[in-house]
Design a protein around this ligand. Structure first.
Ligand SMILES: [Zn+2]
Length: 119
């Protein structure tokens, strides 16, 4: 669902130009903390547990689902983004994305966000 709040954030994030709309939509959801990870579903009382279905850790926040889960971490470690991903702040996806946005060119940022969407 496209909301006014999501539209505001997509505009504020300055877009990821050249990417498919679903990637931008994913980015907006991740940055606003509304991506439906198991942890988020538990927080909203939609799921009975917040357990990551890939690695079994008890709580799956957005950053875990996309970057820190051992099951997806190797994808990042073997990508051209490996040097950037190791140093990113991981307290929130928004902080992580802003950090990347300041360091990557548009093409690199689009590849990174597309990889995050695919994870
Ligand atoms: Zn996991």
């Amino acid at each position: 669902m496209y909301t006014t709040k999501l539209g505001y954030w997509l505009g504020r994030l300055g877009h990821v130009s050249g990417g498919p709309p679903k990637v931008s939509h994913f980015l907006g959801r991740a940055c606003t903390g509304s991506l439906a990870t198991k942890g988020r579903l538990l927080d909203r009382h939609v799921a009975a547990d917040g357990m990551c279905t890939l690695c079994g850790c008890e709580y799956e926040p957005i950053v875990h689902a996309i970057f820190e889960c051992p099951e997806v971490k190797s994808v990042w470690e073997n990508s051209p983004m490996a040097t950037h991903i190791n140093d990113v702040p991981k307290e929130s996806f928004f902080a992580l994305f802003n950090w990347l946005r300041e360091r990557l060119n548009k093409g690199e940022l689009l590849r990174c966000v597309t990889m995050a969407w695919a994870c």
